[in-house]
Design a protein around this ligand. Structure first.
Ligand SMILES: [Zn+2]
Length: 68
């Protein structure tokens, strides 16, 4: 198996790792309920995307449904 001829210096390793960083997830506003949602995703608070309801909003399902 091929092996590296020489070890990389810690500076070279650090330079490579300057690109390893977390990015904050992008957030946009829902045009219907103005809640924060991910762009190009269904709004989790009202279930709407592109002017149409695709899923039931999260507040209406679950929670009290288990107690009944
Ligand atoms: Zn919404």
């Amino acid at each position: 198996m091929a092996l590296p001829k020489r070890r990389h210096s810690s500076t070279r390793q650090a330079k490579r790792r300057t690109h390893y960083k977390l990015q904050a997830p992008s957030v946009s506003e829902c045009p219907r309920c103005h809640a924060a949602r991910r762009p190009y995703h269904i709004c989790t608070s009202c279930g709407f995307y592109n002017g149409r309801q695709w899923v039931e909003p999260k507040a209406q399902r679950g929670g009290t449904a288990d107690a009944a």
